[in-house]
Design a protein around this ligand. Sequence first.
Ligand code: PMP
Length: 363
Amino acid sequence: MSERTFNFSAGPAALPVPVLEKIRDEMLVLPGAGASILEISHRSKPFEAIIAAAEANLRSLLSIPDEYAVLFLQGGSRLQFSMIPMNLAPGGASADYLITGTWGKSALDEAKKIGPARVAYSSAESNFDRLPTPDQLDLDPNAAYLHYTCNETIQGVQFATEPKTGDVPLVCDASSDFLHRPLTIGHYGLLYACAQKNAGPAGVTVVIIDKKLLERSADNLPGYLNYKIHADNDSLWNTPPTFAIYVLKLVTDWLKDDIGGLDKMYQQNKTKAEMLYEVLDAYPAFYQGHAQPACRSLMNVTFRLPSDDLTAKFLAEAKEHNLADLKGHRSVGGIRASIYNAMPVEGVVTLRNFMDKFANANA
Ligand code: PMP
């Protein structure tokens, strides 16, 4: 296949075309380096400039205060499921978890291997189709932290704003909506995201952490698992994922220079998501949205069709329209359209028009 499809993959996911073109153009010789980004030392001047620019871009896009460290780690978000309790809940302290989907549940399961972890809310009974109202939160005021997943990638439910936790540090898995809108970083104790959905390729995970919390990292933790060691060494304690950080730098350049910042990105994301939810609402008996309307995700639009046969037909015909990777996760079924930052409006318009025609022909 030589044509690029509209790629609705949940992750690794579509990257902006100008970023891919730049990677291609610089692949043999990174300007000023005399070699490929794949061939230079993480301690070389050109790479030092790249990692510094990646951090500066994140700090500028998200207005990250100086009181926060920005770390570039490996191991994906799943390693964070373990590092968070290891570092932030030392000495058997208990942590709270909001479970609004598959990933929050996985984070809880990993935390329980490290120490006590409580469920402060769960929507498991309704197959994770909703979010808590403030009065439904059963918070422990002495919790070491409260962990939640701001966008559940599989179910397609998303918090529009952060839950209120009082003095308990808020820990957020932002893997699947990182950089989709501006944030007030001061609300968080720690926010993390693997890059392969909205920020770059697989291989790097960004951790933004309040420096006060670094004091909790015990000296006897294994070195790689200790946030303080990474912060003290500017993410260069060991060899970082140099190529992934380079691509993240290019993606954040694109967000700043081509898109014009996260306010603009957010407007575009809302416009794209609205187009798809409008079609769901126009054919409610045919396209059954998984998420309750009040907590629909701007990133992952999830819905079912009336039968498995129609779902298979939808996927096959979508492919003929250049619309790829729309199959939903098996735990939810149906269709999932992941429309991260890099999905062009044109791709969403093509999907919306296809959905409209498909419903008219098959409802
Ligand atoms: N959290 C969320 C919300 C995710 O979507 C994913 C990946 N799909 C993960 C965690 C796990 O990330 P990784 O595969 O990088 O460990």
